[in-house]
Design a binder for this molecule. Structure first.
Ligand code: CAP
Ligand code: MG
Length: 412
């Protein structure tokens, strides 16, 4: 009986089967290791191998992954379908982004990309709505939908928060969004905020004749999240917001299941993603986190501002493109551009990411010299102009709030 050792996991002539999950890693081997040695160890440790050569007695199911290509610091690994449990993202990630991230055989390792095969991908639900929210909820036509998050992030009372929502909605924005660290604290309890904000939403809808909605942050342990999802449905919301990385994929899967029962959409915020994806040669790429979010069922997902805003971004346009492409019949995902945006940046943003997105601005709305309502008008005017291919400066001649925003923040 042959032993199972690291070399058994390397076969550069191997052609992955259609049913296999194929992952690409960037690998910097440890100083005493060459790329071939490192590749065998990546495939081994992420599937069924370990450091010791095994004497496999009798017949066992062969669940070995195969390192099948090495090219320019990158390795390709194919994983057999039977290695994975259906619809269990935690288990999948424990294989492909687990122990290998810390093994001494590599100096650095980054999971760059995954090619998800149909048998595995279709055990996940994918988004319930995806980009169709623009049409189905808002009837937004060719323009991006718009959102704003009250600032300061925390500390506003429930009344103040709901009032800001009213001003933003009546100023022309589609969505009010909670900030990531606002959940259910004493200064602004979840249940009160939900009901008061939705009451203001109804008022804003009556006054504007436009559909408005609220991204209320349900993030917590799973039990509390599910209770909050039920409350949102009961009070007539359309969405919940979940911080998908901090609460974990298994929790997201449960929320997706519950949202399906209620017909609620999921807005995926991604706080902590940079702990995985910011160092370019280590960790898990945002591209893969986006893939995981889609499989688990996020309808809209923060993917950055294509480098226009305040935060580091990884290939926003490329990730968005992937979120739109066919994935074995699963719905697509609406990308959300957010982080340091203001009206003057919108034309360039839309140039870089297109109009099938949500444009989200906090400081760039509430920091307007004339307040939230004026800031909302300015952002909506900028989005309308850019989506229609009109010059933003010409639009500013018609919309004084936009002129003031441009005067304050410029157009770059
Ligand atoms: C934006 C934001 C969002 C970030 C998240 C903030 O506020 O509310 O959480 O955009 O980052 O707290 O920073 P501003 P990303 O509009 O005032 O910048 O979208 O990259 O995941
Ligand atoms: Mg935030």
């Amino acid at each position: 009986m042959p032993g199972i050792n690291y070399e058994d996991f390397l076969d550069l002539d191997y052609e992955p089967r259609d049913s296999e999950l194929v992952c690409t890693f960037a690998v910097d081997p440890a100083s005493d290791m060459d790329m071939t040695d490192a590749a065998g160890r990546v495939a081994s440790e992420s599937s069924n191998g370990t450091w010791a050569e095994l004497q496999a007695e009798g017949s066992i199911t062969d669940l070995s992954a195969t390192a099948c290509a090495i090219d320019d610091g990158r390795i390709t690994v194919a994983y057999p379908d039977a290695l994975f449990e259906d619809g269990n993202m935690a288990q999948v990630l424990s294989c492909i982004a687990g122990n290998i991230m810390g093994m001494k055989a590599v100096e650095r390792i980054r999971l760059l990309d995954c090619d998800w095969p149909e048998p595995l991908a279709t055990t996940f639900p994918g988004p319930q709505f995806g980009t169709s929210v623009r049409e189905e909820i808002f009837d937004a036509g060719d323009r991006p939908i718009t959102a704003t998050v009250p600032k300061p992030k925390v500390g506003l009372s429930t009344d103040q928060h709901a009032q800001i929502g009213y001003e933003a909605w009546t100023g022309g924005l589609d969505l009010l969004k909670d900030d990531e660290n606002l959940t259910d604290q004493d200064f602004n309890p979840f249940a009160d905020r939900l009901t008061e904000s939705l009451a203001q939403r109804d008022r804003a809808e009556d006054e504007t004749g436009e559909k408005k909605s609220y991204l209320v942050n349900v993030t917590a342990d799973t039990r509390r999240m599910l209770e909050r999802v039920d409350m949102v449905a009961e009070h007539g919301g359309e969405y919940v917001m979940v911080d998908v990385v901090t609460c974990g994929w298994s929790a997201v899967q449960r929320v997706r299941e519950r949202c399906d029962e209620h017909g609620l959409a999921i807005h995926a915020h991604r706080a902590m993603h940079a702990a995985f994806d910011r160092i370019p040669d280590h960790g898990v790429s945002m591209r893969v986190l986006a893939q995981v979010s889609r499989l688990c069922g996020a309808d809209q997902l923060h993917t950055g501002t294509a480098d226009l805003g305040k935060l580091e971004n990884e290939d926003t346009a490329g990730i968005n493109e992937w979120l739109y492409t066919d994935l074995h019949g699963l719905n697509d995902v609406l990308p959300v551009a957010s982080g340091g945006l203001h009206p003057g940046l919108v034309p360039e943003l839309i140039d870089r990411v297109g109009t099938n997105v949500c444009v989200q601005a906090g400081g760039g709305v509430h920091g307007h010299p004339d307040g939230t309502h004026a800031g909302a008008k300015a952002l909506r005017a900028a989005v309308d102009a850019a989506a229609a291919g009109e010059d933003i400066e010409a639009k500013a001649d018609e919309v004084p709030e936009l002129a003031t925003a441009i005067e304050k923040w410029g157009t770059e």
